[in-house]
Write a protein that binds this ligand. Structure first.
Ligand SMILES: [Zn+2]
Length: 163
């Protein structure tokens, strides 16, 4: 049995009955949260979120890549969000690799060097700042007065704002 088989079984016996009580795709808090795919981050618990309140955008690192900017443009322009949280975290896998090291590995194994950035970082705070700047300076994201960045400690749940 694969993990996906397991998930399908969990769905069949689970408690998800859809969201008939939430008739709109507009998040009620009008906020988007960008964070890492790290399996230890319980995004809903971190901010006490409930279903229907926020857009959650995740990728490796919680980095504001072009694709995250794409989602934020849709989130703000078509779905009413006005604030952006960027939350990266301690012990992130992206702090354990280097840009060139991982690209070299990919090229060695596949014969192709990716055109995209790995977005590896040494200092998580610097990465958060970079992502905040990308969102603030994007011409596609109209509401940038409330873009705030944080580092989440995966061991203690402490949340530290990056100013
Ligand atoms: Zn991470």
């Amino acid at each position: 049995m694969t993990a996906i088989d397991d998930l399908l079984h969990r769905h069949a016996v689970g408690v998800d009955h859809g969201s008939p009580e939430i008739p709109t795709p507009v998040p009620s808090l009008h906020v988007a949260v960008v964070t890492c795919m790290d399996a230890r981050i319980k995004v809903f618990d971190v901010f006490g979120l409930t279903h229907g309140e926020a857009h959650i955008l995740r990728n490796a690192g919680g980095v504001a890549t072009d694709d995250i900017v794409r989602s934020l443009a849709i989130s703000q322009r078509k779905l009413g969000t006005r604030e952006v949280v960027i939350m990266q975290h301690t012990q992130c896998g992206l702090s354990l690799i280097t840009e060139d090291g991982f690209k070299d590995e990919l090229e060695r194994d596949t014969g192709l060097r990716p055109t995209w950035s790995i977005e590896a970082f040494r200092e998580v705070k610097d990465s958060v700042k970079q992502s905040m700047e990308r969102v603030r300076r994007s011409p596609f994201v109209p509401y940038t007065d409330h873009v705030r960045g944080f580092v989440y400690d995966v061991r203690t749940a402490a949340l530290t704002e990056v100013l």
